[in-house]
Ligand binder design. Sequence first.
Ligand code: TYD
Length: 205
Amino acid sequence: MPRKLKKGVLVVLEGIDGSGKTTQARSLLRRLRYRGYKAAFFREPTRGRWGREVKRLAARADSLTPAEELDLFVQDRRENVAINLVPALKAGKVVVLDRYYFSTIAYQGAKGIDTGKIRRMNEAFAVRPDLVVVLDVDAKGGLARIRGRKTRDELFEREDYLVQVARIFRGFKGPEFVHLDGRGDRRSIGRTIWAAVSRLLDARA
Ligand code: TYD
């Protein structure tokens, strides 16, 4: 029997490269579907035109200024909110999102753009998440995990930069944030995430 929610729920996974959030997003999705929830998975940057563009340009070191980069990520997000997130939430789905505007605050903030300004420009149009899980790993640990996965050094993956990014992620406060140690066992992190999500779903049932 499919489980019905009164309204959709938006769960965001955040963390630096190599924090394990994509793996956790997939396992969360499996748990949700197994229990009969209608669930959808999206990621940012998206595979749409803006998302592909920013990934292509960002892979070439210094081809974009931080302000141009910010602009492209926000354009991509506008499209994602309108085309993917809002319709899925309206349909009462549990939406699992791999990165959202907290990534922009952390990554573009670490390049010197005012974090308050980034937050305001995003919150002017972006749906507010119900839960934001931040997986915390140190930059070295994150880089070690993705070393085998990436074929070339990408701009975004420099250690000193990721140290700053991780610091901004750690600073997010509020009732919607859950900070978890991303170095732990994958399964036990998965269970902790599931506990937080099921509390939220029970409250919404
Ligand atoms: P990532 O999630 O790693 O995508 P993929 O797994 O497809 O490579 O995102 C690519 C990079 O983009 C990553 O280093 C984080 C960065 N990023 C930003 O700098 N700002 C943003 O707003 C977002 C969404 C991502």
